[in-house]
Ligand binder design. Structure first.
Ligand SMILES: N[C@@H](CCC(=O)N[C@@H](CS)C(=O)NCC(=O)O)C(=O)O
Length: 228
């Protein structure tokens, strides 16, 4: 199987995590995230909206991270990511869709994109409002973490993978030194959301996690560590 991605894409990170957790081998086809590459006809044939991730598995080309995770879970049923009972499957899908349709709809355009594109300080009211909505959503998620510490049920599932790969970019970019002055409240995440902090740690402690950490993030981390 070939996975088309660029490093730092949270949506592609989902597929890397899913593959590692399930032990599915794949070839990572990294691309530069330019519009020229993403909207090239050959890539649009694989991913009609010209977005990563996309996979090629034999004759099948598939895009949309949730669809790819569901496909992989159906082809490789061991270590299920979408539950083992009908109820669990429904609850996991509910969370995945809730995170994608509502939470990510705030995180990406209101927080991550303005910071990444260097316009957060110019659009501070917009970003602060985005952070307020984010905290309302995070508080709801915190209150709903399962007794096991996972989002649904007793095991890591697609709901954890879906949420984790959205929360990490918000925490990484929302705590950049230049945006701290906006007081977005992400630097106090651990104290504010202890269950979610514990949940982050559970994911980071998974033996499969390390191999999925975005290559580009690791390079930047190493440069920053060397400079300090
Ligand atoms: N709903 C899609 C979202 C994919 C997505 O937005 N990917 C971003 C990278 S994180 C992308 O390829 N953006 C490039 C573009 O939109 O031109 C999924 O779940 O796979």
């Amino acid at each position: 199987m070939k996975l088309h991605l660029f490093s730092g894409s949270g949506f592609a990170w989902r597929i890397q995590l899913a593959c590692e957790l399930k032990g599915i081998p794949y070839d990572a086809a990294y691309m530069q995230p330019s519009q020229e590459n993403l909207k090239a006809p050959a890539f649009v044939e694989l991913s009609p909206r010209g977005k990563v991730p996309a996979i090629e598995d034999g004759a099948l080309a598939l895009s949309e991270s949730l669809a790819i995770m569901a496909y992989l879970d159906a082809v490789h049923p061991e270590r299920p990511l979408f539950g083992t009972t009908a109820e669990e499957t429904g609850r996991i899908w509910q969370k995945c869709l809730d995170f994608d349709l509502y939470v990510s709809a705030d995180f990406i355009p209101n927080i991550i994109a303005p910071i990444l594109q260097g316009r957060a300080l110019d659009e501070s009211d917009h970003v602060k409002r985005g952070a307020e909505i984010a905290h309302t959503e995070l508080a709801k998620i915190e209150a709903d973490v399962a007794a096991s510490g996972w989002i649904v049920g007793d095991n890591v599932s697609a709901a954890d993978v879906t949420l984790y790969t959205m929360i990490e970019p918000v925490l990484r970019f929302g705590t950049k030194p230049e945006v701290l002055k906006l007081n977005l409240g992400f630097d106090t995440f651990a104290g504010r959301y202890p269950k979610l902090q514990n949940w982050r740690q559970k994911i980071q402690d998974l033996p499969e996690y390390e191999a999925t950490y975005p290559v580009y993030w690791r390079e930047v981390d190493q440069q920053m560590a060397a400079a300090s």
